[in-house]
Design a protein around this ligand. Structure first.
Ligand SMILES: [Zn+2]
Length: 474
């Protein structure tokens, strides 16, 4: 039982902290949550979370969390007032949003690197979500800042966020074997709504099979959509579940994409099945955003209490979407007077590949790759990156340290030189960020090539967003 005096003190102090705190992007920071938890203890959080009449939806995954959360917020805000938190994806930012916002439903991004950094089962117990939304689970993030975490523990951490759920619904990607298995394993306890692609117009080239998350044998794929996401089955009987919300056709034009989406799912609050058909006209936002679109629509249709609005709200949001929904620092292609520069964060293999696939749509002439490397002890990230660079086969490569170690970056460059002998190395220092931003901007701007892709490791906001600003403003 929570001590009410302690709870009220904590809530009051947290609210005062809200007045004092400088609010960060999208979420209002984490300080008020920190104050609340310090005074009231973690045991006060469930009472605070129960302020939400409808409950909370948590969004997690390796890539796509912020974009999916942003899109879901756009959709749900049309129907009801919500409390929200994204980008700062830790527990105290959720607590901060609970304290300083109003609304009946919470939509919160929650990132889990592994068991040491995250406390997913504790978060599940404290917040008691009615929904957990999975984007995708890739192996890429298993080595962070030199600490190598076995993929099993990373996967388990993602699973733990929903494992204790006794009510609500899980929204998960059926094309990703790992997130699909989480859904299948919980289907006896809660409702599961899957989303996926059901058309051959999207096909990854050069994707590789992965181990069955259930039995460990190699999966058989009949189609790859994007890396390990595809149509798969295993000897053990595990296979891709049928998606409830699916992309059934797509038409890709240079200035707009047309997406046909069919839905048939269970709405948690209306307690009934709903069907919808959508033809959306969206900006050419990249293949990975097709999954983010499907995830956000599925989550929205699962949790909106206004099921009669589904078709009109989704059309309203997506037909009026511009590229600004892409989070700061993320990859986009900029036209600087007839030269096309694709630039942005790609600090794991999955992210870099998505950037490469996006850029490939534009390229019809020789192009240059400006690659910002990972750090020491991040050889696995380099290996994943390098596979993508080789498959793109650029006409010229420039290598720049993306993190602190210049020596390690040069070592990576020497490996690249074995396949691309005329690759150039620019030892830009991480500490002089302004110089580095200016030089990277100049490099792309003064490139001899019409197409330049500049991606790899680097801080999203501090580096990529600043380079983009410089490039667009001039
Ligand atoms: Zn299996």
């Amino acid at each position: 039982m929570v001590n009410f005096f302690k709870f009220n003190m904590a809530k009051l102090s947290g609210k005062v902290a809200c007045q004092l705190a400088k609010h960060g992007p999208g979420s209002g920071g984490t300080y008020p949550g920190h104050v609340f938890t310090k005074i009231g203890g973690q045991e006060s959080i469930p009472k605070l979370a129960s302020d939400l009449k409808l409950g909370s939806v948590l969004i997690t995954g390796t890539n796509g969390k912020t974009t999916t959360t942003t899109l879901l917020i756009k959709l749900m805000s049309k129907d009801i007032q919500i409390r929200k938190s994204y980008e700062n994806n830790i527990l105290n930012s959720i607590v901060t949003a609970l304290l300083n916002q109003k609304g009946d439903l919470g939509i919160f991004e929650y990132g889990i690197r592994d068991m040491t950094y995250g406390i997913p089962d504790t978060v599940q117990k404290l917040i008691n979500p009615v929904g957990v939304v999975y984007t995708t689970i890739s192996q890429e993030h298993t080595q962070v800042a030199g600490v190598k975490n076995p993929f099993e523990s990373y996967y388990k951490a993602k699973k733990l966020l929903s494992e204790g759920m006794e009510r609500g619904a899980i929204v998960t990607n059926s094309d990703d074997p790992r997130t699909a298995l989480i859904g299948l394993d919980k289907s006896k306890d809660v409702d599961i709504n899957y989303y996926g692609i059901e058309t051959d117009v999207i096909e990854d080239i050069g994707a590789e099979t992965i181990e069955c998350p259930k039995c460990g044998k190699e999966l058989n794929y009949s189609h790859f959509f994007l890396n390990h996401r595809g149509i798969y089955s295993c000897e053990c009987g595990f296979k891709r579940p049928e998606p409830n919300v699916k992309l059934v056709n797509a038409e890709f034009n240079s200035d707009s994409w047309i997406l046909d989406i069919e839905g048939d799912l269970y709405n948690y609050f209306a307690k009934k099945n709903v069907k919808f058909n959508l033809k959306l006209n969206v900006p050419p936002f990249g293949f990975h955003n097709i999954y983010n679109t499907l995830a956000s629509i599925t989550a929205y249709a699962t949790f909106t209490p206004k099921v009669e609005n589904i078709e009109s709200t989704v059309k309203d949001v997506f037909n009026n979407l511009d590229m600004s929904f892409i989070p700061p620092g993320r990859f986009e292609v900029v036209d600087i007077g007839g030269k096309f520069v694709g630039l942005g964060q790609g600090d794991n293999g999955d992210a870099l590949k998505i950037n490469a696939m996006f850029m490939k749509q534009f390229i019809d002439a020789p192009f240059e790759f400006i690659y910002t490397t990972p750090d020491e002890k991040e050889e696995e990230i380099f290996e994943d990156h390098y596979k993508v660079i080789k498959s793109m086969n650029p006409d010229h490569v420039i290598v720049v340290p993306g993190r602190k170690s210049i020596e390690k970056a040069e070592e990576y460059c020497n490996i690249i030189k074995q396949d691309f002998p005329d690759a150039d190395f620019y030892p830009l220092s991480y500490d002089e960020m302004d110089v580095r931003i200016e030089r990277l901007n100049e490099m792309a701007r003064n490139s001899d090539y019409k197409y330049v892709i500049m991606t790899g490791c680097g801080e999203e906001q501090a580096m990529w967003e600043e380079i983009k600003k410089k490039m667009i403003n001039r």
